[in-house]
Ligand binder design. Structure first.
Ligand code: URA
Ligand code: CA
Length: 433
């Protein structure tokens, strides 16, 4: 087989077969096929697309390029949740303990990564003592015992995807639905999930800004999952404004605790119940979605969701007293309100820009080397559709720097007010199966 012939085949819009895709991915991973040939191929894919069979083959070839996590020692159906990323998305922190409380095993592998706030691991590390440096056997034991554990990402998961993603990043080929879908799905499948619930965000703060693109990406991922034998479904959820109120690490832990207690923001609660119901249903812990939802609501009401969070924190070295006394979480030196300059209805909160403001405070990493400040971040006081009086707070800023003029300016730019009544955006735009 010659790579040049395969590039030509794809350039001319023909379908690559399983062996050809394996040849490309193996050769690229071991270095025998150079970057310039793979760049040409990804550009051909960008324009010609990929068939369903090619997408499934590409996903599995990337899964097989590195380690695959074996979760067979964990009893039950392992359901993973993946979000395509947004601003202040506290769902993972809530969903883990919530679905674990009704018996769904959650074996979560998480990363740190870049962005507006830290990843799930960073957020959890705001709890004093909590750590993810545990051995594989301990991880499995904890999931069997408590139904929930979190471990850091293994070094050699989907190396082909790592290489391909870096290449796409500098060749203007990130934005291809078959390539995005297989990239995301390869990581979930290598991490050992039996079933996958996807939270595909849509709107200004999302990777996919338009509803049509979000639906197409969701459908592409769902089809890949189902074609390779993993039950997969997707919820399309709104990210035109940040989810919940808190954007920041310790602040989001506090928000997750409030939500598990039944006192969280309505949008975050509703989304967690929607995603959680699908997880419980796919794990065969309920025979209908309605029954799944009732079980989750009951777990919040009777305190078992909160208890599950405590047990989880404790089992990984964390100080579980933060659950009853969130004051022991890291706190910022300065807590400053952002007063509305005039009255009106909140008509826009540009999620991306608000996330950037949080990152400037130190809540997230701009580069891999950046240090995260777990204490800082933002708490929205108003969401789209709310009325605000002049002088009333729009946002509470938690900062360890005294000079936050730039942050304030950014926030004023990102929040728009209107004299006219504003309807809050729909939270869930659809489900894809
Ligand atoms: N996120 C991924 O993991 N892969 C992509 O290709 C795009 C976003
Ligand atoms: Ca939030």
């Amino acid at each position: 087989m010659r790579m040049v012939d395969l590039i030509e085949k794809k350039r001319d819009g023909k379908e690559l077969n399983t062996e050809e895709i394996q040849y490309i991915i193996n050769g690229y991973t071991d270095g025998s096929i150079p970057d310039y040939q793979v760049s040409a191929l990804t550009m051909a894919i960008f324009f010609q697309g990929m068939t369903e069979k090619e997408r499934a083959d590409l996903t599995m070839a990337m899964v097989e390029s590195g380690d695959q996590i074996d979760l067979t020692a964990i009893e039950g159906i392992k359901v993973d949740k993946h979000s395509t990323g947004g601003v202040g998305d506290t769902t993972t922190l809530v969903l883990g303990p919530l679905v674990a409380a009704v018996g769904v095993p959650v074996a979560k592998m998480s990363g740190r990564g870049l962005g507006h706030t830290g990843g799930t691991i960073d957020k959890l590390e705001a709890v004093p003592g909590f750590h993810v440096e545990i051995e594989n056997e301990e991880f499995i034991r904890l999931v069997n015992e408590n139904k929930l554990a979190v471990i850091g990402q293994s070094g050699n998961l989907t190396p082909a995807d790592k290489k391909l993603y870096s290449l796409r990043d500098v060749t203007a080929t990130v934005n291809s639905i078959p390539l995005i879908a297989s990239s995301i799905m390869s990581k979930k499948i290598a991490a050992g999930a039996d079933a996958i619930v996807l939270d595909v965000k849509t709107g200004a703060g999302a990777f996919m800004k338009s509803l049509d693109d979000s639906k197409a990406l969701a459908q592409a991922m769902v089809n890949i999952g189902n074609n390779v034998g993993r039950k997969t479904m997707a919820v399309i959820s709104d990210m035109s404004q940040p989810l919940g109120f808190a954007i920041g690490n310790a602040l989001e832990v506090k928000e997750a605790i409030d939500t598990l207690r039944g006192e969280g923001p309505k949008d975050l609660t509703d989304l967690c119940l929607a995603l959680g119901s699908h997880m419980v249903y796919l794990a065969n812990k309920a025979s209908t979605l309605e029954e799944a939802r009732q079980k989750l609501e009951e777990a919040i009401k009777n305190g078992s969701a909160l208890k599950s969070f405590k047990t989880f924190l404790q089992s990984q070295g964390g100080d579980a007293s933060v659950v009853d006394d969130p004051d022991t979480l890291p706190k910022a030196k300065y807590v400053v309100e952002l007063p509305a300059k005039e009255e009106g209805y909140v008509s826009e909160i540009v999620a991306d820009a608000v996330g950037t403001a949080a990152m400037w405070l130190g809540a997230g990493r701009a580069t891999k080397e950046s240090q995260i400040d777990l204490a800082v971040g933002l708490e929205l006081r108003k969401k789209m559709g709310d009325f605000v009086k002049q002088g009333e707070s729009l946002v509470t800023i938690h900062s360890n720097q005294e000079d936050i003029e730039k942050v304030k300016e950014k926030l004023y730019e990102s929040i728009s007010l209107s004299k006219e009544n504003v309807v809050a955006p729909t939270l869930i735009h659809g489900e894809i199966t």
